[in-house]
Design a protein. Structure first.
Length: 144
């Protein structure tokens, strides 16, 4: 027996609705990781970087939007492997980000939320490509 996708439980999450959800996750990830670029560098900083200036508490607060992105990825049908990798990114961001100074530099460079949304997009695209491939190979059955 195969596991049901969370998508099958929510009829609102099909087609354009999925694109809208992913666009909203992109906006959240950019807000957390890359609101603006530090002038003269290629380094983007976001709310995660600023919250990280408050030791441990700030990084814990910044983990809430990261957990929300993973929750939405699950609802959108990301594979367990992708969800585990996203969880690893979040845990790495929180644990290293909690170290004073080094963590702040890491937060500015790693951008876990942007990585996770990109991973979600690639994962869903790969699943869609597999589904198209399987349906293209399915023989046509004619009755009568």
């Amino acid at each position: 027996m195969t596991a049901k996708s969370p998508l099958s439980d929510d009829p609102a999450l099909h087609g354009p609705a999925i694109d809208a959800e992913i666009a909203a996750l992109h906006r959240l990830a950019r807000r957390m990781d890359a609101i603006f670029r530090i002038p003269g560098t290629s380094v983007d900083v976001g709310l995660d970087t600023f919250l990280g200036l408050i030791p441990v508490v700030g990084d814990t607060l910044a983990a809430a939007p990261s957990a929300y992105i993973i929750y939405k990825a699950h609802r959108l049908g990301a594979t367990p492997g992708a969800l585990a990798y996203m969880g690893f990114n979040m845990a790495l961001d929180w644990s290293i980000g909690s170290i004073p100074v080094i963590g702040d530099i890491f937060d500015a460079a790693y951008n876990a939320n942007i990585r996770n949304v990109s991973l979600l997009e690639k994962n869903l695209a790969k699943q869609a490509a597999r589904a198209r491939d399987v349906s293209a190979r399915r023989p046509e059955i004619r009755l009568g």
